[in-house]
Design a protein around this ligand. Sequence first.
Ligand code: ADE
Length: 234
Amino acid sequence: MTWHAAIATIMPDMFPGPLGHSLSGRALDQGLWTLSAIDMRDFATDRHKSVDDTPAGGGAGMVMRPDIVAAGVDAASALVPDAPQIYLSPRGEPLTQVLAHELAAGPGVMLLCGRFEGVDQRVIDARELREVSIGDYVLSGGEMAAYVLLDAVVRLLPGVIGAASSLDEESFENGLLEYPQYTRPRAWEGHSIPDVLLSGDHKKIAAWRRAQSETLTRTRRPDLINGKKALPTT
Ligand code: ADE
């Protein structure tokens, strides 16, 4: 079975959007993954096709109704029955490379994209949705977060990136940020490529890269060094 992304949204026209381009777009064309966008408005019951209502207890904004969201989530989940069910939300656990690998190893994902002030808590509880955030900022809806999550996962699917080894040394894959890269020309605006990279000594090059990775990680992201989960080695 092909890896499948089923998306519950009120903006189905946003998909595949940027995912239809470049690496993920080529993989979509090749059938290495598939995508369906379920329009939650199809489950609205009134004349205006409304999906939201005012918050219980008062306050600003609108909240997505549990009955309509649940119908959309159930329709989307039925397309990937054994896949994780994720609600994209700034309150969720952080999206990490570890989670991207975990999702890529499964049959696919159901993504609920909220709008407005969020969705009624009862649907999150009743469907046991896993909340995932792409960062500590607030987007106007989950659709952009879905792009980010799917881009991170799809590139890990078998066959999407030709040489799997090009993934091995990327940032986060070994718990460190990636070392700096260089290419021709050898001298540019008075700056040359570090000599070691032109030495042909592969042991020395590997040691230099490792040291660069460690220094970068220590200075920019000390949190990655202190007690983060390791990635699977496969
Ligand atoms: N929806 C709104 N903001 C979000 C975020 N930071 N991550 C995931 N989904 C969101």
